[in-house]
Ligand binder design. Structure first.
Ligand code: DQA
Length: 146
């Protein structure tokens, strides 16, 4: 049986590759999705990959994950630092949640040091660049099978 993981990306991540490449790298979100699909296949997981700049879309995808997904990997981007609504939506989800940040948010401005989402996340990965998504998928495979 193969588990389904929803990978949810927040605002401005559609500009990955063009946006502050010194911080976020030169790979695009499409590249990230492609590498996630490969890692998921190697780990016998299925994934669905989402991105939106709108908070309500992220909340709707978290809600639909309740019915259809075994785990959530989320990079809430700037909403990590502001959104109690996303935290509340994640609280409705019963499976494992891995929060991913491409950059090390703790090395950056003070306002990035706190994430509401971390309060509900099973684990947080920050600072490994886009490889954080692949690490999250591998760890998700362990969590789902344990
Ligand atoms: C980010 C870090 C956030 O502080 C920032 O707002 C982002 C991206 C990251 O992946 O490093 O948009 O989540």
């Amino acid at each position: 049986m193969s588990w389904l993981i929803n990978i949810i990306n927040g605002p401005n991540l559609n500009f990955l590759g063009k946006r502050e490449p010194e911080l976020y790298g030169k790979k695009t979100l499409k590249d990230v999705e492609k590498s996630c699909l490969e890692t998921a296949k190697d780990n016998n997981l299925k994934i669905k990959f989402f991105q939106s700049n709108a908070e309500h879309d992220l909340i709707d995808w978290i809600h639909s994950s309740r019915e259809e997904a075994n785990g959530i990997i989320i990079n809430p981007a700037a909403f990590s630092h502001t959104s109690i609504a996303i935290l509340d939506a994640l609280t409705l989800f019963e499976g494992p949640i891995i929060e991913v940040h491409i950059s090390n948010i703790h090395k950056r401005e003070n306002f990035r040091h706190h994430s509401y989402v971390s309060q509900k996340a099973t684990a947080v990965i920050a600072g490994f660049g886009i490889d954080g998504y692949n690490i999250a998928i591998r760890k998700m495979a362990d969590l789902c099978s344990s």
